[in-house]
Design a protein around this ligand. Structure first.
Ligand SMILES: Nc1ncnc2c1ncn2[C@@H]1O[C@H](COP(=O)(O)OP(=O)(O)OP(=O)(O)O)[C@@H](O)[C@H]1O
Length: 266
């Protein structure tokens, strides 16, 4: 069980002039600070897959980076099985497998070597590493490229390698930032099937996406973040009930009040 309470993160802006027009109008901009995440709270239980939705710039990646301890929140807490992992980042890294938006593989290493390198950082024994890589290569259909240097990998190959690397230590919780973005239909299906496998084993998965069909296919739970605030948290059914079973309309119903606020301010 993971419980996130009132996470917040602001960034000091080096050059506010470089902000996009949309960001300049965003109420989260306060002087030289941009309050990317203002108040995000939600929970995800054993074997649940939670879909994190939100418009571009809503604060999903910032939230996921805080959960993974890649980024330190200004305030708030993250409890995994009752322990506040923000106070113990090493423990958090052991418990969490995190796929960030940038795969960051070492191009000179093969897919296998990239995964092995991370596994050793986690202190895994060689025989266990070999076994886990074999298992993950099977699940993610990686055998044809596992022993090639990763610098010329396709987007799908890179993403599969990064996913295998993120879960090599069998984490208690898996966090995936837009895991299917840029993948072709077959690779995306393999990744979704992999998430289904984690769920079957009882591992909670939190993933951000813009694809509502993925949410419909996989998620028990939905959280919508808009302008740095979690505005909806509930079961998939409760989300669908917001608008007569249309996920698109439900999404719009959650974010529409904010859109109206902005239009009202102009
Ligand atoms: N280091 C930073 N410095 C300043 N602003 C930042 C920084 N990181 C993120 N932001 C801003 O915070 C807001 C939220 O960004 P974030 O990447 O979390 O959004 P997102 O919901 O993941 O968006 P997308 O769906 O487009 O990936 C954006 O306006 C972004 O420009």
């Amino acid at each position: 069980m993971i419980e996130i309470k009132q996470l917040a993160k602001k960034f000091a802006l080096e050059n506010p002039k470089k902000l996009s027009d949309q960001e300049k109008k965003d109420p989260r901009l306060k002087g030289r600070f941009f309050h990317s995440v203002k108040e995000v709270s939600f929970a995800c239980g054993k074997g649940q897959v939670l879909g994190l939705l939100g418009p571009n710039g809503a604060g999903k990646t910032t939230t996921l980076r805080m959960l993974s301890t890649a980024l330190k929140p200004d305030s708030g807490s993250v409890f995994i099985a009752g322990e506040n992992v923000l106070e113990n980042p090493l423990l958090a890294r052991r418990k969490i497998g995190f796929l960030s938006g940038t795969t960051g593989l070492y191009g000179r290493l093969t897919g296998r070597e990239n995964i092995q390198y991370f596994a050793r950082l986690h202190g895994l024994h060689k025989s266990l590493i070999d076994m886990r890589i074999q298992e993950l290569a099977e699940l993610l259909d990686m055998h044809s490229f596992l022993d090639r240097r990763s610098e010329h990998f396709s987007t799908g190959m890179k993403q599969k390698t990064a996913i295998a690397r993120a879960v090599i230590h069998q984490p208690e919780l898996v966090i995936l930032d837009e895991p299917t973005t840029g993948l072709d239909i077959m690779a995306a299906q393999t990744v979704l099937e992999f998430i289904r496998g984690l769920k079957a084993k009882g591992t909670p998965v939190i993933f951000s996406t813009h694809h509502l069909d993925e949410v419909n296919e996989l998620c028990e739970k939905v959280v919508v973040i808009d302008q740095g605030v979690s505005r909806f948290e509930g079961s998939l059914q409760r989300f669908k009930d917001l608008a007569d079973n249309s996920l698109h309309q439900s999404f719009m119903a959650v974010i529409q009040p904010t859109l109206n606020d902005i239009q009202g301010e102009v």
